[in-house]
Design a protein around this ligand. Structure first.
Ligand SMILES: Cc1cc2nc3c(=O)[nH]c(=O)nc-3n(C[C@H](O)[C@H](O)[C@H](O)COP(=O)(O)OP(=O)(O)OC[C@H]3O[C@@H](n4cnc5c(N)ncnc54)[C@H](O)[C@@H]3O)c2cc1C
Length: 316
């Protein structure tokens, strides 16, 4: 089987899970595409997962109420061993990249980290991943009875539902006692859609002018469109926006249906995080700005003049 660790948040299956199903289908490897759902009170997640997978394995346990690397690694290694998984696909989120190497060690498996594509190669897998500040795309191959992979979020298209929903099965786990406990948590709440889930993203660059102008231009346009807000690194480094909004090589990789870039130059490190967006619109006063090379629509003009008109239009 091809084992995928389901990711979810706020009671909903995350888009990254659908992306991993595409990655699994891309491998062309034999065996059912299997989503493993770890957590507590996850019945609704498991039902959503069944729509895209051949089968869903569910471990609904109090000990799994919160993510924990030791427990996740033990659970995944056990299920992969029992199910003789040929491939284990884990999301390239912060937590995924934390426990995936542990799974690889437990399974004595090769580990392909942060891949942006995946395909069959002889008895193994071939993958692509970025290296050298995303200026180089590297092709790597791995062989073995089981291969562990992390998939870079936003790099694969979201899978459409399968023709038939998959069967759901409860699984028994032998979990260790965790030696690490979360003793506190403070959560930053935003009413805006998360970047990884957003179908439309409005991103501001240094050309927006200052932090206040984000409230004047970027946020209202995003809110009228039900969009997420993104930022370039220059903007984050200047302290205008939080790092969570940074798009690019050292920020988030996104693949929305529409990406609207306001005052963004289009540096290679920014493009590597949003270049796969379906439809790119750029507004920049410099006609030679590199962002126009990837834009489907471009307006050469001043953010201060164009964006208020767009905000008015977007109200309609
Ligand atoms: C190792 C490394 C990692 C990096 N990672 C990232 C990353 O993850 N994400 C990222 O974004 N960058 C990243 N960078 C930085 C990247 O190289 C660029 O410096 C950055 O993307 C530039 O941000 P910007 O487009 O906002 O600013 P600028 O490059 O300064 O561009 C501003 C643009 O706004 C236009 N403009 C100015 N005023 C107006 C106006 N009034 N109306 C319309 N247009 C206007 C200008 O013509 C210009 O094109 C990284 C760099 C390095 C070295």
């Amino acid at each position: 089987m091809i084992l995928i660790l389901a990711e979810y948040a706020d009671g909903k299956l995350a888009k990254s899970t659908l992306e991993m199903v595409t990655a699994a289908r891309d491998t062309g490897r034999d065996g059912p595409i299997t989503l493993l759902v770890l957590g507590q009170n996850v019945a609704a997640i498991a039902s959503e997962a069944a729509a895209v997978a051949d089968q869903v394995l569910v471990a609904d346990r109090a000990e799994l109420a919160a993510y924990n690397a030791e427990l996740w690694a033990a659970a995944v290694a056990q299920i992969a061993t029992e199910g003789e998984a040929s491939t284990v696909i884990i999301g390239g989120s912060r937590s995924g990249r934390e426990y995936a190497p542990r799974v690889a060690v437990k399974l004595d498996a090769p580990y392909l980290e942060d891949v942006i594509s995946l395909s069959a190669s002889g008895a193994g897998l071939q993958a692509q991943r970025y290296t050298y500040l995303a200026r180089v795309t590297e092709t790597v191959e791995a062989e073995g009875p089981v291969i562990v992979v992390t998939a870079k979020p936003g790099s694969f298209a979201a899978a459409a539902p399968a023709a038939q929903p998959g069967e759901q099965y409860d699984v028994d786990l032998e979990l260790p006692t965790s030696r690490v406990t979360i003793t506190g948590k403070s959560v930053e709440k935003s009413s805006r859609v998360a970047l990884a889930e957003a179908e439309v993203i409005v991103t501001g660059g240094r050309g927006v002018g200052n932090a206040e102008n984000f409230g004047k231009f970027v946020e209202p346009l995003a809110d009228n469109l039900g969009a997420g807000v993104g930022a370039t690194r220059a903007v984050v480094d200047a302290g205008w926006r939080p790092y969570a909004e940074q798009v690019g090589q050292t920020g988030k990789t996104v693949q929305p249906k529409a990406y609207i870039a306001l005052g963004v130059s289009g540096a290679v490190q920014h493009l590597s995080g949003m270049g796969k967006s379906k439809f790119i619109v750029a507004i920049n006063k410099d006609a030679e700005a590199p962002i126009f090379k990837v834009a489907d629509y471009g307006i050469v003009g001043d953010v201060n003049e164009i964006v208020p008109a767009l905000i008015e239009a977007s109200k309609r």
